[in-house]
Design a protein around this ligand. Structure first.
Ligand code: SAM
Length: 357
């Protein structure tokens, strides 16, 4: 389907969520399940653990060094000097993690932690890229409904959906409910988000079981079932929901997406990672696989843009749908390109105002 011209009509807000007291038909089960996975964007964010074995120790060390400068007015000029070369990879005026509500614990630093002077520019840059990518956000329910409507014509029944950076798992669970994927997998780096996704999955499966038990006529594996997307499936879609969804705690760059038919990226905070992600996807995905991004495009020749949705249509931000084209690739094809070109003087004026407050 060549559909850069064919734009569906999109929803612009969530419909009111009525409580579902009893499940009389499968559609009631779906509604209660969708309601149970909303609202992840307002979850409590615990600080990172400052324990010797934590995989986040290198992240904490640099965060502590930057925060120590933030907390001392006499060190503000030095902080500005160290951040200035990296504005293209920074989200916001100052990194959110080092602000009072950020993810760094308030505990004293470990004795081994280095001061900022001993940390290289490259380490600061890599830290800023990781820090930006850890910012949390979710699409609202109506945006995901728009999204799955838009992607549906490009998908064949079955297949594997992967969300790289799956957070609390809303997209993965919505995908598994909405479309007849064989399997939906979420990959999340932060342990607490992975744990919350698993908790939400358990809640989802408990609600599914209760909903199935309260149906007046039992659903069997081959009972025809109409999915929320309007596509046909059978009772196994709900009866085997638990084996169709998986969450993995991992760095997306260590997780092989070979075999995925759709890779979802809420890439709004992944700007500086887009080329590395594109290279990985070009190497691993088979011809025909789909990749969708938000905010940032894929500029790799192994991907053809199928559809582009402007901000304020499908979602608050732009959404692009790509298809893997051409033979398998071994070598990275694109050099690193930074997409954000900041105004250094304007940033410095903003950062000085913020630091003075
Ligand atoms: C903007 S949130 C999106 C969550 C989810 N995909 C959704 O749309 O509801 C991005 C997530 O990516 C995770 N993340 C960032 N870098 C990652 C990496 N290298 N590997 C895996 N997850 C990562 C963050 O911790 C965060 O939870």
């Amino acid at each position: 389907m060549n559909s850069t011209t064919l734009q569906p009509t999109f929803r612009t807000e969530n419909r009111p969520a009525e409580p579902v007291p009893r499940c009389r038909q499968p559609a009631d089960i779906f509604e209660s399940l969708f309601q149970s996975i909303q609202g992840g964007e307002v979850h409590a964010r615990p600080t990172l653990e400052l324990t010797p074995g934590s995989p986040f120790l290198p992240f904490l060390e640099i965060g502590y060094a930057l925060r120590a400068c933030l907390e001392k007015p006499s060190r503000h000029d030095y902080l500005i000097e160290r951040l200035r070369p990296h504005l293209s990879v920074m989200i916001g005026t100052l990194p959110a993690s080092i602000l009072p509500m950020g993810m760094l614990p308030k505990l004293a630093p470990l004795p081994s932690f280095r001061p900022l002077e001993a940390i290289s520019d490259e380490e600061v840059r890599d830290w800023l890229i990781l820090e930006g990518g850890l910012i949390y956000g979710e699409m609202q329910r109506f945006e995901l409904e728009n999204y799955f409507d838009a992607i549906k014509p490009f998908l064949s029944p079955g297949g594997v959906m992967v969300d790289l950076g799956s957070g609390l798992g809303k997209v993965v669970m919505t995908a598994a409910l909405t479309l007849p994927f064989t399997r939906c997998v979420g990959i999340e780096l932060m342990n607490y988000r992975h744990r919350l996704a698993q908790e939400r999955l358990i809640k989802l499966l408990t609600l599914t079981r209760k909903g199935l038990e309260s149906l007046p006529r039992p659903l069997t594996l081959d009972t025809p079932l109409l999915l929320p997307s309007g596509l046909p499936a059978s009772g196994s879609h709900l009866l085997e929901l638990g084996s169709r969804i998986a969450f993995v705690e991992s760095d997306m760059f260590k997780f092989d997406v070979r075999g995925a038919s759709l890779v979802f990226l809420y890439s709004t905070c992944f700007g500086p990672l887009m080329d590395a992600i594109s290279n990985k996807l070009a190497r691993e995905l088979q011809e025909g696989a789909l990749v969708t991004t938000t905010t940032y495009p894929i500029k790799h020749p192994a991907f053809r843009l199928l559809q582009s949705h402007a901000p304020g249509t499908l979602s608050w931000t732009s959404v692009m749908i790509y298809q893997r084209v051409g033979p398998p690739m071994i070598e990275p094809a694109s050099e690193v390109r930074y997409l954000h070109q900041p105004d250094v003087a304007a940033w410095e004026a903003r950062v000085r105002t913020e630091l003075a407050d």
